[in-house]
Design a protein. Structure first.
Length: 173
């Protein structure tokens, strides 16, 4: 087997094993399944180009997460991305597979966050990165990650607290 074929086989094995995980991370970052697919595709193209260097370090997941977050932020900055393509109600998104009401409420609240805050929450709590690792993935300081996380958590608490009021009222009856 040639070196090129071995490289391709290792890459395909990695993609087969991690694609759904990367797709979920991308969805949580951008809030749209179609955009998440595009982000994962972009990330995998860039990963393939850097595969020999990255694969030997064992840092594939961190590298791909960083690409996903940065690609999403880059796309959001482009002026033509501010226009929405398609018709409301006609271009239906992929159906959600979440089964619990709380998860639906949490995802809805997560979608209301600004892009940078959403990215910090996903990296810190969904992916489980430390403040330093999240700062490295986002290309900012640890202080920025802490402040963005704090603001995002306050916003999530505020938006989810209205649901808690009805739950508390039901318990007291």
């Amino acid at each position: 087997m040639s070196r090129r074929q071995a490289r391709a086989d290792e890459f395909v094995t990695y993609v087969d094993a991690r694609r759904s995980y990367l797709r979920r991370v991308a969805y949580l970052v951008c809030g749209d399944w179609h955009a998440a697919e595009d982000l994962v595709q972009t990330a995998l193209i860039k990963l393939y180009a850097a595969w020999p260097r990255i694969h030997t370090d064992g840092a594939e997941d961190a590298y791909v997460r960083r690409i996903i977050v940065r690609a999403h932020l880059d796309e959001r900055r482009r002026p033509w991305r501010r226009e929405r393509v398609g018709l409301d109600g006609v271009d239906a998104a992929e159906p959600e597979t979440l089964s619990f009401e709380d998860n639906d409420a949490l995802l809805a609240a997560l979608k209301t966050l600004p892009q940078r805050q959403r990215a910090t929450i996903v990296l810190r709590y969904w992916v489980g990165l430390s403040v330093e690792e999240a700062a490295d993935d986002l290309g900012c300081t640890t202080g920025t990650v802490k402040s963005q996380t704090s603001r995002a958590m306050a916003s999530l608490r505020a938006s989810l607290s209205t649901d808690d009021v009805t739950t508390t009222e039901r318990r007291s009856r």
